[in-house]
Design a binder for this molecule. Structure first.
Ligand SMILES: Cc1ncc(COP(=O)(O)O)c(C=O)c1O
Length: 414
């Protein structure tokens, strides 16, 4: 769905060069059928509810597509909750996560009548109860557990170890039971966990399943009616060609081994898995220069457009949009931002490039545009959704003038 035909890059039946004739770079392009196929395969193989983690790509068109495919939503802020509802996700298919929910967040979530709020601390549980009492309304909650599992992934994307800030330590459940006992307006209906991103190790998945089942039993034994077990996101995606793919069938086998005979509504909350490989970032070469023997290829996309390489040292494949027979050169691909960390890849081999050539940074559909910023006042990229032989602009950034107009100068400075 995103591949080369006659040496030119296409998303479905649309040539990237054709998009670039009318749209300024840098721009993100997503494939409608890649997203749909990925969702359908995941849903079918895991045979569980899929709650799209909106944080991975919160464009309204993408959330709407997910909703049409049947996904629910995992949101972490009022903003994401508003997005999900506006895009047509049924409130009963929305869960609200997040380690720092404010009173305003909680009140908003209660008013929207979502499925549940996932509680991440004893303190938060008390706060929800106070708000529920004030409103004289019962509130459905889940508990996000911290199961103390090492996701065996990058430290910066690990969230389920005891020392991580997320979830409630399973050794401290007694504190939760004490509060639940006196919380008349709290209706505990689920448990969840999310231990990190880019999980590939099958043993890690079976560990999650077993710990969730064991903990659910602890709650059930105390008399709580746990209906929903959310097994988290973090399903690993490939960022390199020829990498071993995550085997969903084997994950399903582990699930069956653990949960056969139980009646929980099982769900996953993946973000990256659903969209990462369905998106690319297209950028133009602004300058080519040699400093200290290094061939820098400076592009108009930078860490302001796509921050994963600078933030996590993420390695994305980068290629020319049109493959030529020019001699191969080793380039370091860097953005235009005034920061030394603004580098996408070091020392990669590509056919010799010229200024204005189009370059593609692959697998950028997740945690791409959502993390873009206006640093250096360069603006954020356009987003485009391709369906078969048509493309649609689904995000138009604010102009520099509009951005400047967000600032206000106090009278005394005029
Ligand atoms: C609570 C929670 N759920 C789901 C996700 C989605 O993770 P991934 O995109 O790796 O599937 C995240 C990511 O940070 C998260 O914090």
């Amino acid at each position: 769905m995103i591949n080369y035909k006659n040496n030119r890059l296409f998303v479905e039946s649309v040539s990237i060069q054709d998009i670039a004739k009318t749209q300024p770079t840098p721009f993100y392009v997503y494939s409608h059928s890649k997203i749909s196929n990925t969702y359908n395969e995941l849903k079918k193989t895991l045979d569980s509810e899929i709650l799209f983690a909106v944080k991975a790509n919160s464009n309204q068109a993408i959330i709407k597509l997910m909703a049409k495919l049947g996904a629910g939503a995992d949101v972490v802020s009022i903003g994401e909750l508003e997005r999900a509802i506006l895009a047509g996700v049924s409130p009963q298919k929305i869960i609200f996560e997040g380690v720092g929910k404010t009173k305003k967040d909680i009140e908003y979530a209660i008013n929207q009548k979502i499925r549940l709020i996932n509680v991440e601390s004893v303190d938060e549980l008390q706060r929800i109860n106070e708000i529920a009492l004030q409103k004289d309304e019962s509130v459905n909650v889940g508990i996000r557990l911290n199961p103390n599992i090492d996701a065996q992934t990058l430290d910066k994307i690990s969230t389920g170890k005891k020392t991580d800030k997320f979830g409630i330590d399973t050794d401290k459940l007694n504190n939760i039971f004490e509060i639940l006992k006196v919380s008349k307006k709290i209706n505990l209906i689920g448990l969840s966990c999310h231990i990190g991103s880019q999980i590939f190790n099958l043993d890690v998945f079976s560990d999650i399943f077993q710990k969730m089942k064991d903990n659910a039993q602890i709650f059930i034994d105390k008399g709580y009616n746990i209906k929903h077990l959310d097994l988290g996101g973090g399903l690993g995606v490939n960022y390199k060609t020829n990498e071993k793919k995550l085997n969903l069938e084997l994950i399903k086998k582990e699930m069956d081994k653990c949960f056969n005979g139980t009646t929980y509504n099982l769900s996953f909350e993946p973000g990256r898995y659903l969209v990462a490989n369905a998106g690319i970032l297209v950028t133009s070469v602004i300058t080519i220069k040699n400093n200290g023997g290094i061939n820098f290829l400076i592009t108009d996309a930078g860490m302001h457009s796509f921050i994963r390489p600078a933030l996590y040292n993420a390695q994305h494949e980068i290629e020319a949009v049109e493959i030529s027979n020019e001699q191969l050169i080793n380039y370091t691909i860097a953005g235009p931002i005034c920061e030394s960390t603004d580098i996408f890849r070091k020392n990669i081999s590509m056919p010799k490039q010229k200024v204005n050539n189009l370059i593609v940074i692959k697998d950028t559909g997740a945690y791409g545009k959502v993390m873009a910023s206006n640093y250096n006042s360069r603006g954020t990229p356009i987003e485009i959704l391709v369906k078969e032989d048509n493309f649609f602009v689904i995000y138009k950034p604010l102009s520099t003038k509009e951005l400047i107009n967000q600032d206000m100068i106090p009278d005394w400075l005029n």
